[in-house]
Design a protein around this ligand. Structure first.
Ligand code: PGA
Length: 268
């Protein structure tokens, strides 16, 4: 079984105390075999990274940051650099989330600079791409996200791109009022992303799905061949919720691999 990714980004939520409690609760609830075949990650706010790193200890949970600047240091009031994040021993850095693009003016060009800086400092970029409701209505979802991926990875070598993760996060699916993509709707977009990544020489880059993932739809989404992981917001903001979601996906994937494939009907 190839590695399946399950992670949660907390957005602007959780204090240091809440982070400690969440991770302690999560560790107590993680299935025993969660480390094998699964890559689990949490992405707290910057202020909770130190506490999170300490609380994770030896648990099989990767740690990520929600953003970073592309420069190592400088006159960028309010920003955080990769050099600073290095001290927290983070594994991942989430870049290009649609909330960053919408509210903080992030562009494909600045995201490209950030991806390069993250790789330079040894972090694994988690590049988020997403289509708008208008692009979806026009049947342009695949084209929109492929464009974002190509611009974010412009100028990178194949081996650099291979160190990244991509998350397909339809803008219309994210957050309160978002409608989760059905597996059928997510499938062609994931396939388009895999084709583009192959063209870029990095066919092994995992493509995660995010946007209103919950306990009811996680197993079906995870059952899609072109979906290599789930990136979860609200449904995983309680340790209980995240642990339940992980268990649900693990059980579904285990059942799928232990059921013998249906015999192909004879042709003719
Ligand atoms: P959501 O958030 O699961 O709460 O919709 C997803 C995201 O923004 O990554």
């Amino acid at each position: 079984m190839s590695t399946f990714w399950i992670g949660t980004g907390w957005k602007m939520n959780k204090t240091v105390a809440e982070t400690r409690r969440y991770i302690a609760d999560l560790k107590a609830r993680l299935p025993d075999d969660a480390g094998a075949d699964y890559a689990l990650f949490i992405i707290p706010p910057f202020t909770a990274l130190a506490a999170a790193r300490e609380a994770i200890g030896m648990a099989p949970v990767l740690l990520g940051a929600q953003n970073m600047h592309w420069a190592d240091a400088g006159a960028y009031t309010g920003e955080i650099s990769a050099v600073m994040l290095k001290e927290f021993d983070i594994d991942l850095v989430e870049l290009g989330h649609s909330e960053r693009r919408e509210h903080f003016g992030e562009t494909d060009a600045t995201i490209n600079l950030k991806v390069k800086a993250a790789l330079r400092h040894g972090f694994r970029p988690l590049l988020c791409v997403g289509d708008s409701a208008e692009e979806r209505a026009a049947g342009a979802s695949g084209a929109a996200v492929v464009r974002q991926v190509k611009l974010a990875f412009a100028g990178l070598t194949k081996s650099e791109i291979s160190r990244c993760l991509v998350a397909y996060e339809p803008i219309w699916a994210i957050g309160e009022g978002g409608v989760p993509a059905s597996p059928e709707e997510a499938r062609p977009v994931h396939v388009a992303l895999h084709v583009a990544l192959k063209e870029l020489g990095a066919p092994s880059v995992p493509v995660l799905y995010g946007g209103s993932v919950n306990l009811d739809n996680a197993a079906a989404l995870a059952g899609e061949q072109a979906i290599d992981g789930l990136f979860v917001g609200r449904a995983a903001w309680s340790a209980d919720g995240f642990a339940a979601l992980i268990s649900r996906v693990m059980a579904a994937r285990k059942a799928a691999t232990s059921t013998p494939a249906k015999a192909m009907p004879a042709i003719g």
